[in-house]
Design a protein. Structure first.
Lengths: 407, 81
């Protein structure tokens, strides 16, 4: 079976408006989390979040931008970067596919237009409301931009959606349905309703006065995740296709593993058994031994139960040998974009042979599973490695693991 | 009551805001769809903005008959209160 290679990267995140600036900020240990200053935030129990560092409206033609939900805007920005980074591959439209996972799609449009409906009635709801709120709108926006006709797809799997997007991209190329796939995830739902809903679940950090230290994966004082927004897209190609056109190759998407806890809607399985299953499946798919994995970009949202279950899964499927990073300590949790953005960080870690430092993990949780992990804290660490794993988990029990190897 | 000139310039503002049409291009003989590249969803947005700006009601069957900038100006002139 031919390799599937990564030839282009694009992202817009709370750390930077593109991949290079996001990666540089990550290695510097900078935080993208800020206090929310909007009027509505004053009454919220949670007043910190990670907005994208560069407003998308500044980067898209005004008339086009007003027809796109914020989620679609940032997806388009990341896709344009990834496509240009890959050298704008010449590929037949019928051989080009797009996959953009998301948690909720155009939530801000849905909520904003509901306000219009309540205040001004049905005749004032925008005729663009439906195309802007539908969850497949981001994938369709990119599909139109790139004239992709081999299928445009939208996995909806909460916080695993971005990783599932990349996993589906791998499947499409292997199945012979495309030569090139633009794959990843996007999310933009920083708004009182999602914040209130997650807050009512006790899922969010309430460290409102100290935003840069609010997201604390693996730390004993962690108190939940910080809501972020962002988009990450990669260009995947059959290796022969990429080599024939002389494309630069970042690395190889060697394998993917997908499972579901089917245990609880929102709680992870306490032993992380099926998260571990996804990692094992990904390793088997890649034909790589667990001992070869030098780095794990962990899901690590900083919820009390999630980090422990994940630590158990990593120990069980990979062992203690991999250098683990929790990059949500800096980006916050970009939900359906996080798996894709973290896959990009994983690819760059392999390219640069460096593992970003987890921030705010000042006192590691005393749980033995977390204690046993080799968590890189503070400054990044130089690591010689050939392979790395990115894992992602979502409400609904979704587990996705991706294995990358160096070019 | 807005004058014809006021209606034309107000409509041009709306066309620029919604569809990116340059004000100089929004002349009476221009067809919204064929000359100005305004699609059907944008036409609905433009109609809503016209209703709000000029205090007219544009029923859907009337909207279908408004094909040019001039048609819109005439409609507004006849129906403004």
């Amino acid at each position: 079976m031919s390799d599937i290679v990564v030839t282009g990267l694009g992202a817009t995140t709370p750390l930077g408006g593109d991949v290079a600036s996001s990666w540089a900020a990550l290695l510097d240990g900078r935080s993208g989390i800020r206090q929310l200053t909007e009027d509505w935030a004053a009454d919220m129990p949670v007043r910190v979040a990670g907005r994208v560092a560069v407003e998308p409206g500044e980067r898209i033609d005004r008339v086009k931008a007003r027809r796109l939900d914020r989620c679609q805007q940032i997806a388009l920005i990341a896709a344009r970067e990834a496509w240009a980074d890959a050298g704008s591959p010449e590929v037949a439209p019928e051989r080009l596919a797009v996959v953009v996972g998301t948690g909720v799609g155009g939530a801000l449009t849905m909520l904003g237009e509901d306000d219009v409906l309540e205040e001004r009635g049905p005749t004032r709801v925008s005729p663009m409301a439906i195309p802007m709120l539908m969850p497949n709108g981001s994938a369709a926006t990119i599909g139109m931009e790139l004239q992709a006709r081999a299928g445009v797809h939208t996995p909806i799997s909460a916080c695993a959606a971005g990783a599932e997007g990349i996993s589906l991209g791998l499947d499409l190329i292997r199945a012979g349905r495309a030569d090139v796939v633009v794959a990843g995830g996007a999310e933009a739902c920083i708004h009182p309703l999602p914040l209130a809903g997650f807050s009512r679940m006790r899922a969010l950090s309430t460290r409102n006065d100290d935003p840069e230290h609010a997201s604390r994966p693996f730390d004993q004082d962690r108190d939940g995740f910080v809501l972020g927004e962002g988009a990450g897209l990669v260009v995947l190609e059959r290796a022969e296709f990429a080599r024939a056109r002389g494309a630069p190759i970042y690395g190889v998407l060697a394998g993917a593993g997908v499972s579901c806890d089917s245990f609880d809607m929102v709680l992870p399985h306490p032993e992380g058994s099926f998260a571990a299953l996804a990692i094992r499946l990904a390793l088997r798919d890649a034909g790589i031994d667990a001992a070869e994995i030098g780095h794990v970009n962990a899901h690590a949202t900083a919820t009390p139960v999630g980090d422990i279950a994940e630590a158990g899964a990593i120990l069980s499927a990979i062992g203690k040998g991999a250098a683990v990073a929790g990059t949500k300590s800096m980006t916050g949790h970009m939900l359906g974009a996080s798996g894709a953005v973290e896959a990009i960080f994983t690819i760059l870690a392999l390219r640069d042979q460096i593992v970003p430092g987890t921030q705010n993990a000042e006192n590691l949780d005393e749980d033995p599973r977390i204690q046993e992990l080799d968590i890189v804290r503070g400054a990044p660490r130089k690591v010689t490695m050939r392979a790395a794993v990115n894992d992602s988990f979502g409400f609904g029990g979704h587990n996705v693991a991706l294995v990358f190897t160096a070019a | 009551m807005a004058t014809t000139e006021e209606i034309q310039s107000g409509l041009a503002e709306i066309l620029e805001e919604v569809a990116g049409v340059l004000p100089a291009d929004a002349t009476p003989e221009k067809s919204f769809t064929e000359d100005l590249d305004v699609d059907s969803l944008s036409m609905v947005e433009i109609a809503t903005a016209v209703e709000d700006k000029f205090g007219v009601a544009i029923p859907d069957d009337e909207l279908a008959n408004i094909r040019t900038v001039g048609d819109a100006i005439s409609f507004i002139e006849k129906n403004q209160s």
